[in-house]
Design a protein around this ligand. Structure first.
Ligand SMILES: Cc1ncc(COP(=O)(O)O)c(C=O)c1O
Length: 397
């Protein structure tokens, strides 16, 4: 093996000098100015930047209302509460997701029921969701894994058959489309996250989009202690009545100004994410030992992450070793996700067990997230391709 070919893991020269992260936020001078303007004004929170951001966001996804929250996790909690989930209720969800998707059900006293994913798309399998229905099922909560729209048509059909609420966790899917319609306009409730690795960021932040005014009202109360009116509506009176239970899950004006400014570049960022995913697809489609990230006809992928799948039966190394080898090459790969039902808390408290979602568990063993963010240069992309080539060639020997 030549010196250039020797793995960095084995003391060879890494493909790049500095670590390339799997995600990185992009904050422009215009974003900074938007925040500074709020800092110089009178309203740091409860002010006009919040509804401005909400309105612009609702327009971008094609929903009637958007309600801002202090994080994607708070948005999920708000959505689950607005859907009326409570003790004794079951909510069917995907195991291949971030913990918050299922934790929001527990936060409301409900029980998450994990239905398996489709082996190809890695999204909630509608047939598995249907098989998991019981008289206690109150809602279905799918996610759009990596930004690939799940089969909402089929999941809607299951939900309609039982009059269930559909809550989409679209933390990965801002800008994704099904049949030309954006995610965020299609279900009762859709939640988003503005964590720094997401399509737009507010540092921490989230949003719920809805079309029904009553749901929007419930969400606004929930994020503000269950109080009937928001601060700006109370200016002529001291009185505030708590009419339901709630929290302080408000997004500040500082965060909202950043979000509104970030939203202006969403389309350009989606395009760059698509370009990078396209390069990966070209580079890896014919490569033995790996399978490219799934796509679905008739949908637009938002490419939050790029999940490369290892064909373990063609490789002599496991995912962990390949992960370490790529990290040694200074490629900041990651893994999304350890299935939720395999976390110790879930196994201990809910009695979930390995083997109950075989497709999600098999997918997890072979998933590797490659760096993907709009600020990546073409040279960064080429480094990822070179490193994957180098490591997989070795892993096949
Ligand atoms: C699928 C999914 N749901 C929910 C969340 C929670 O969002 P946040 O980090 O904004 O609380 C995240 C992200 O972090 C996520 O990836």
């Amino acid at each position: 093996m030549s010196e250039a070919e020797a793995l960095a893991l084995h003391g060879g020269r890494p493909v790049r000098e500095r670590m390339l992260p799997y995600g990185r936020p992009e904050v422009t001078e215009a974003d900074i100015q938007a925040v500074v303007e709020v800092l110089r004004g009178d309203w740091l929170t409860n002010g006009p930047a919040v509804p401005r951001f909400e309105q612009a966001f609702a327009e971008v996804v094609g929903a009637r209302f958007a309600v801002a929250f202090s994080s994607g996790t708070a948005a999920l909690h708000g959505a689950a509460a607005a859907a009326g989930i409570g003790p004794g209720d079951e909510v069917i969800t995907s195991p291949l997701t971030f913990l918050a998707s299922a934790n929001c059900i527990l936060s409301c006293g409900g029980r998450p029921v994990f239905a398996d994913v489709d082996r190809e798309t890695l999204n909630l399998d509608p047939a598995a969701a249907e098989a998991a229905l019981t008289p206690r099922t109150k809602a279905i909560l799918p996610i759009h894994f990596a930004g690939l729209p799940c089969d909402t048509e089929a999941i809607h059909a299951v939900a309609r058959s039982r009059n269930l609420t559909l809550i989409e966790d679209a933390a990965h899917a801002l800008g994704a489309e099904i049949g030309g319609r954006r995610i965020g306009s299609l279900s009762h409730l859709t939640t988003f996250s503005f964590h720094p690795v997401k399509h737009i960021t507010t540092g921490e932040g989230g949003m719920v989009t809805v079309n029904e005014p009553a749901l929007a009202e419930r969400l606004r109360r929930f994020r503000n202690h269950g109080i009937d009116r928001e601060v700006r509506q109370r200016q002529a009176t001291w009185r505030q009545d708590m009419v339901t239970f709630g929290f302080n899950y408000r997004l500040s004006d500082i965060h909202s100004a950043l979000g509104l400014s970030q939203l202006r570049r969403l389309d350009a960022r989606l395009k760059r994410r698509e370009e990078i995913a396209g390069r990966y697809h070209e580079a890896f489609a014919a490569m033995p030992g790996v399978s490219v990230a799934p796509t679905r006809p008739g949908t637009r992928h938002a490419w939050h992450i790029y999940p490369l799948r290892l064909n373990l039966d063609e490789l002599r190394q496991d995912r962990e070793t390949i992960f370490q080898a790529l990290r040694a090459e200074n490629i900041g790969v990651s893994v999304h996700y350890l299935p939720v039902h395999l976390h110790p808390f879930y196994q201990e408290r809910l009695g979930t067990v390995p083997g109950q979602c075989p497709a999600a568990e098999a997918a997890f063993e072979r998933l590797l997230t490659l760096p993907l963010f709009p600020g990546m240069t073409d040279a960064d992309v080429a480094d990822v391709v070179a490193a994957v080539n180098k490591v997989i060639r070795w892993a096949r020997r």
